[in-house]
Design a protein around this ligand. Structure first.
Ligand SMILES: NC(=O)C1=CN([C@@H]2O[C@H](COP(=O)(O)OP(=O)(O)OC[C@H]3O[C@@H](n4cnc5c(N)ncnc54)[C@H](OP(=O)(O)O)[C@@H]3O)[C@@H](O)[C@H]2O)[C@@H](O)CC1
Ligand SMILES: Nc1ncnc2c1ncn2[C@@H]1O[C@H](COP(=O)(O)OP(=O)(O)O)[C@@H](O)[C@H]1O
Ligand SMILES: [K+]
Length: 538
């Protein structure tokens, strides 16, 4: 599990390090600049050996090497700009032609940035934009975006001396081969929410310092960051970051190989030791969703899975089930009777259940039992008119799994705040929204999307990111969410705690999609679990 930081957390870490006397701000800035140069050469090794330097006289260069590499460095008014001056100096020392622009007033630069501004001044000038507002060099080579990082507080005003046409920078297909490298964050992107605060750059490579910022994984972050790399700047020792699995934690983790040890089945265990999940089916003609969930629960390792079906759908379900067992349940009363069997230790309801009063009665019946419960789809939508009725009965062994629409029905005020365009940074984020929702609901909330956010009522939170190298666009297919609900139910039947079940299921869900790849439909997902488990060495 890697950790993501907010701007405030990063600042606190930096201050703790500086106050300890172990490191100065200037040293951190130098390491940040060095990290960027390193990242540039790692990403584009063809740039590595090029350019003159004190040790490479022009006479010994290959003909195509005589043309020096060019970088345009755009520095802003804060410490992000300071990092930019360091990068400019380091590239210049390698023999690059470097053009530096300052957006802001040199007199007002913070102290460390000011020192690096002056160091740069010994090597080169601060350029003035051309009359047409462009760079002196034709744009090619590298543009270093050191305008704003974690300190962005408001939209960047393009009129006020900022001559860059953001559309031409980094936007795929428009930049004519120019590589845009963003320092810490692409300028204009909010560090905490991943929302764009006014105009924002598109980078090809974003180099974050010490840890990725939340905004790189949320909202517009991935499309703006291009590729992300994290560079250490010597703050590792200052692990004042609280751990995401401890209650009260405020940091956010990225789910990666979660709970690997727990996913394998114990040797010698029998089927009842792996739990018995119950999934409730909708009526005649609406049964597929519940079957997808049930199969997911079985594949992920529940010892037994029973599908509870209304009389009208018994035949339909019976014709389509083999390892999953089938029981007839007639309404909430029938459900109460079935639940007299205490071995049903995880219950999943919602997929395909319908939004009639019956669904509400079934949800209330199940929640009275205080057993591990996962509510999805119709079990959530049914409570749109009065969400508080649901919140009153949800308990800490529950997981709810809304997509954006369901989330807005249950938490309209939170969704409105989340959907509002960002005008100030840091802006309200999907992490803030999911945490607030989990607190209100009193249970784990898994808010779906490519940036799935999972939060517990105690503030624990993680992001299951299906972005960058984990992109899984084929998951946007009908029924994928039903399978996820089944995965969670299966893990809860096996004894996983709600947060652990939600994180693990979400991670495996994306792995299954990636394993199958293009052409994926919901039926394929659970069938990838054996291969994914094998890859995990189980
Ligand atoms: N933390 C660490 O450990 C390390 C941090 N490092 C680096 O520092 C960066 C954070 O630096 P930072 O705090 O100075 O913020 P930064 O993003 O440079 O901008 C702040 C300035 O911009 C201004 N401003 C804001 N929005 C504006 C707008 N739209 N238009 C115009 N102005 C605007 C704002 O003014 P104000 O809002 O106060 O009016 C303020 O003057 C971080 O991302 C990383 O790169 C590294 O050196 C390594 C160690
Ligand atoms: N573009 C995407 N990239 C990654 N995951 C996605 C994407 N679109 C949807 N998903 C995931 O697919 C699932 C879809 O769930 P949901 O919207 O409930 O669909 P359904 O109700 O049809 O089952 C969720 O787990 C969601 O996070
Ligand atoms: K930047």
């Amino acid at each position: 599990m890697t950790e993501l930081l907010t701007a405030a957390q990063m600042r606190a870490l930096e201050m703790a390090a500086i106050e300890s006397g172990d490191v100065t701000g200037l040293e951190l800035m130098e390491r940040a600049g060095q990290g960027v140069v390193e990242a540039i050469f790692e990403e584009w090794p063809e740039l590595m050996g090029r350019g003159t330097s004190p040790s490479r006289s022009p006479g010994y260069l290959e003909p195509d090497e005589k043309d020096p590499l060019r970088a345009v460095v755009l520095c802003g008014p804060g410490n992000n700009g300071g990092d930019g001056f360091v990068v400019a100096r380091l590239l210049k020392e390698r023999g690059w032609d470097v053009e530096v622009y300052l957006y802001g007033d040199a007199e007002k630069l913070p102290p460390d940035a000011r020192v690096n501004f002056e160091r740069w001044g010994k090597l080169g000038a601060i350029c003035v934009p051309c009359e047409d507002g462009g760079f002196k060099y034709p744009i090619a080579g590298i543009v270093v975006d050191a305008l704003f990082g974690t300190g962005l507080t408001r939209p960047i005003s393009l009129g006020e001396g900022l001559f860059v046409d953001f559309n031409l920078l980094g936007d795929p297909g428009m930049s004519g081969g120019t590589k845009v490298v963003a320092l810490d964050l692409p300028s204009g992107l909010c560090s905490d929410s991943g929302k764009t605060v006014g105009p924002a750059l598109f980078a090809d490579l974003t180099v974050s310092f010490h840890a990725q910022k939340l905004g790189c994984e949320l909202g517009n972050g991935p499309e703006r960051c291009g590729k992300t790399v994290v560079k250490d700047i010597g703050l590792e020792r200052f692990g004042v970051i609280d751990h995401p699995h401890h209650s009260g934690s405020k940091t956010v983790g990225v789910t990666a190989h979660p709970w690997r040890g727990a996913v394998g089945k114990k040797r010698g265990s029998h089927k009842y030791a792996n739990g018995h999940a119950l999934v409730l089916s909708g009526g005649h003609g609406n049964t597929g969703a519940a079957r997808l969930a049930a199969r997911g629960a079985l594949r992920i390792g529940a010892g037994l899975v029973t599908l509870g079906s209304p009389r009208s759908a018994m035949l339909e379900n019976a014709c389509n089930l083999t390892a999953v067992m089938l029981r007839q349940i007639d309404g909430a009363l029938g459900l109460t009777e079935l639940l007299e069997d205490a071995r049903f230790n995880a219950i999943c309801l919602g997929p395909g259940l319908g939004i009639r009063a019956d669904t509400q009665a079934m949800v209330l019946t199940v929640l009275k039992e205080n057993r591990p419960t996962i509510l999805d789809a119709d079990a959530l939508t049914r409570f749109s008119a009065k969400p508080e009725v649901l919140f009153d009965v949800l308990h800490e062994d529950c997981v709810i799994t809304p997509h954006g629409g369901e989330f807005a029905r249950l938490f309209p005020d939170i969704a409105e705040r989340l959907d509002a365009p960002a005008t100030v940074g840091p802006a309200y984020s999907k992490v803030d929204a999911t945490r607030e929702a989990a607190k209100r609901a009193g249970c784990v909330v898994l808010f779906k999307g490519p940036d799935t956010v999972i939060a517990g009522p105690d503030g624990r939170c993680s992001i299951n990111s299906a972005q960058y190298e984990r992109a899984a666009p084929w998951l946007a297919t009908a029924g994928a969410g039903d399978v996820l609900a089944g995965f969670i139910a299966g893990l809860m039947a096996r004894g996983f705690a709600p947060m652990q079940a939600a994180e693990t299921a979400a991670w495996l869900h994306v792995e299954c999609a990636r394993k199958f790849g293009p052409g994926l439909i919901a039926e394929d997902l659970a069938e990838q679990l054996p291969a994914v488990f094998r890859d995990l060495g189980l």
